[in-house]
Design a protein around this ligand. Sequence first.
Ligand SMILES: [Zn+2]
Length: 135
Amino acid sequence: MARKKTQTGCPCGLPASFEACCGRYLGPDAQPAPTAERLMRSRYVAFALGLEADLLSSWHASARPAELDLAADAGVVKWVGLEIVACRGGQEGDAEGEVEFVARYKVGGKAERLHELSRFCREDGRWYYLSGQLF
Ligand SMILES: [Zn+2]
């Protein structure tokens, strides 16, 4: 599994190291993310690093795709930043949550942005991604 080290903090944009931030919620020994925002951040990092297994396992079974074609994006799409715009619910005692975010990426050197409102739900103590609405 490719794990990029960064000198400037976690790829999700927080100042903590990858290991102390989203790295805890990714990989075979992952802890459950405590909040919808934490899951959202770790899913962004999973997209950025091409961690398909983590993306699929954090997708709610009702909406989970059979597979993702991240390899087709590798080297074409470069994720360069995440900004959380707003969170509603999604805390440790909640069953549902929404996270609005802007993810910035580059395709062929051209800057693009993805503005999405993601919906999450919590089952058996784990947060799952349900769906997203683009702006
Ligand atoms: Zn992070």
